[in-house]
Design a protein. Structure first.
Length: 160
């Protein structure tokens, strides 16, 4: 009988741990949702298939690149509990990182992306390589490139 109770206790604790980890990986921003108005500034949004309208993840910035459409392209090394968000293209073409794509962060050098960013007024981010962040945004599959991203990024809060 003691062995049955111990087994039930282990299953209960394990199940609760899984639930907490799952809920943390699908946490919404503090106001209960991501700012969906950011989508009006996304260049060519039809290429992005929404997988989850608002998630939060933790990890570290590995690289930051400025893109021609004004966005920045952040390679984000996810903490282990979030690695299931990656697909094979994230592994093979993005060095095993999730792409974070804050929109309209810099000079737009692509003519057909100028109009959406011309009306943009934030949020703005200055991600630091090596810094850990809690990042929130829309989790999407980029059909043009084949990898998964947070795009647009809603917030990036430094953490220890």
């Amino acid at each position: 009988m003691k062995r049955v109770r111990a087994t039930v206790l282990v299953l209960l604790v394990g199940g609760c741990s899984f639930f907490v980890a799952y809920r943390f990986s699908h946490t919404q921003t503090s106001n209960g949702q991501c700012d969906q108005t950011l989508w009006q500034y996304v260049y060519n949004p039809t290429r992005l298939q929404v997988l989850d309208p608002c998630i939060s993840v933790t990890g570290s910035v590995e690289d930051v690149r400025k893109e021609a459409d004004g966005d920045i392209h952040i390679l984000f090394r996810l903490d282990p509990q979030f690695e299931s968000l990656l697909n094979e293209k994230n592994v093979s073409r993005q060095h095993g990182d999730l792409v974070l794509e804050p929109i309209c962060q810099g000079n737009v050098r692509q003519a057909d992306a100028e109009e959406p960013c011309s009306r943009y007024n934030g949020p703005y981010f200055e991600p630091q390589i090596g810094q850990r962040y809690l990042a929130s945004g829309t989790y999407v599959h980029d059909a043009d490139h084949g990898w998964n991203e947070l795009h647009p990024v809603n917030s990036m809060q430094p953490i220890q």
